[in-house]
Structures are given as structure tokens and as C-alpha cells.
Design a protein around this ligand. Structure first.
Ligand code: 13P
Length: 253
């Protein structure tokens, strides 16, 4: 199965509007010339409008870092799917920081994935075990549960629009990336079989599975060389233009 490589930068809670404009200006032209890689930038909500203007015509996609599942109403502080869709084609759902600090559960992830797909957004659904779970040998069990519960009830006919990001929590922002071999094992032995169980084998083969967690220009090629690692969700290094451009180049097959 030929899956188009996918590289997304998650800026997390960084950059004012002015700073976001400046950062995009430093990376959009070189990124736009990299062929055959789906490229996405995910700034904070407040910068989406400015960054969407800056990315116009570059072929680089824009994503939000979260959304709410309800369509509108009395939900102070939340952003609805069709509001995200005004600027974005993508949305990150279930990032470990949202699970850890903001009460995200597999159930809320599931509601958000349904809502994102309904709004025509591509959800980038994050899964991954904590350090304690990793050390206790619970990785497969935890990730399988996150996939099965997070993607429950999705119509197999549209499942190939989903992108999965495997982000072991112990590797996020720590500088201690997983090995390519370890991530490949989770992708091929846990995530893809779980997707196959939900959506059938041919849909499972079409879904991109990204690795995330301390990806850098120096280690990116090790991940992209693995047959079931279809790209990366990049945090810290996505704030450094040269690094993010080099990572994206490394994804070209
Ligand atoms: P780092 O690349 O900074 O480890 O962050 C990974 C991540 O959480 C991307 O969503």
C-alpha cells in the first residue's frame, strides 16, 4: 500500500499572532517545494486566521489542536467543528497533554472524531502509553484500548480519512525518542491490527500512522525508514524552521 507521507507540526501553546506570522514566513516557501508529502501546521486557535492567510497557495495544510464536539451553544471557551473548518482542514484530537491536563478521555476523543469527520475535517488522533504503562509492559493493551474506544462507531467507508499519531508519553518533549524499531512494532503489531478489526484490512492499510515524540532532523530518517511509520507529528522541532524543513524532506519516499 502506497501511503502518502504526512508531517505535521504541533506548535502547542506557543507563538502570538505576530510571532506565528514570522515563523510561517520562514518556513512556508521551502516546505511548499517538498513534493509528495502532506504537510500540516497546527498553531494555537488565535493564530489560525493569520496563518491560514499566510499559507494560501502554498499547498501546506492548516490544523487546529483541538475542537469541541457540539455544533454550537453554551460551551464557554470551546470551539465548534464548523468554526475550525472555516480555517482548517485538519484537527489534532486526544493529544496526551489534553488527556493528562484537561480531562480528555477515550469517550470525549470518540465524540470529537465523529464531529470532526462530520464537519469534513481530517482528525489526527493521538494515542500512546505513559512511562509507567510502558515500564509495566502495558503498551499494547493501552494503545489498543485507545484505538478501539476512540474510533468506535466510525463508518469504515470514511475511516481512511483518519490519521493516527502514536506518541508515547515518555518520548514527548523529553529528548528521549522511541527507537524506530519500537515504534514500528507498536504501529504494525498493535495499531494497524486494531484498525483492521474496526474497519477491515484494506481500510487499515490506507490509514496513515505517524510517530511523535522528540522527532528531530537527526532521528527522522530512522522513523521514516520503517514500513508502518507513515510520517511524524512534531512538537518542539516544528518551531525551528530548519529542523522542520529537514524532517519534512526526510519523509519523501
Ligand atoms: P515533541 O516533538 O516536542 O516531543 O512533541 C511531540 C508532540 O507531542 C507532538 O504532538
Amino acid at each position: 500500500m502506497n501511503r502518502i507521507p504526512f508531517v505535521a507540526g504541533n506548535w502547542k501553546m506557543n507563538k502570538t499572532v505576530a510571532e506565528a506570522r514570522e515563523l510561517v514566513a520562514r518556513m512556508s516557501a521551502p516546505l511548499s517545494t517538498i513534493p509528495n508529502v502532506e504537510k500540516v501546521i497546527c498553531p494555537p486557535f488565535t493564530s489560525l486566521m493569520a496563518v491560514s492567510e499566510a499559507l494560501n497557495g502554498t499547498g501546506i495544510g492548516l490544523g487546529a489542536q483541538d475542537l469541541h464536539w457540539e455544533e454550537k451553544g453554551a460551551f464557554t471557551g470551546q470551539v465548534a467543528p464548523n468554526m475550525v473548518k472555516e480555517f482548517c482542514s485538519y484537527v489534532i484530537i486526544g493529544h496526551s497533554e489534553r488527556r493528562t491536563y484537561f480531562g480528555e478521555t477515550d469517550e470525549t476523543v470518540n465524540r470529537k472524531v465523529h464531529a470532526a469527520l462530520k464537519a469534513g475535517l481530517t482528525p489526527i488522533v493521538c494515542v500512546g502509553e505513559t512511562l509507567g504503562q510502558y515500564e509495566s509492559g502495558l503498551t499494547s493493551e493501552v494503545v489498543r484500548r485507545q484505538i478501539n474506544a476512540g474510533l468506535a462507531g466510525i463508518d469504515p467507508a470514511i475511516a481512511s480519512r483518519i490519521v493516527i499519531a502514536y506518541e508515547p508519553v515518555w518520548a514527548i518533549g523529553t529528548g528521549k525518542a522511541s527507537s524506530g524499531e519500537n515504534a514500528q512494532g507498536v504501529h504494525s503489531r498493535v495499531i494497524r491490527p486494531a484498525l483492521s478489526g474496526l474497519f477491515g484490512e484494506s481500510n487499515a492499510q490506507a490509514i496513515r500512522i505517524l510517530y511523535g515524540g522528540s522527532v528531530t532532523a537527526a532521528n527522522a530518517a530512522e522513523f521514516f525508514a520503517q514500513p508502518d511509520i507513515d510520517g511524524a507529528l512534531v512538537g518542539g522541532a516544528s518551531l525551528k524552521p530548519e529542523e522542520f524543513i529537514a524532517i519534512t524532506k526526510a519523509a519523501v519516499k
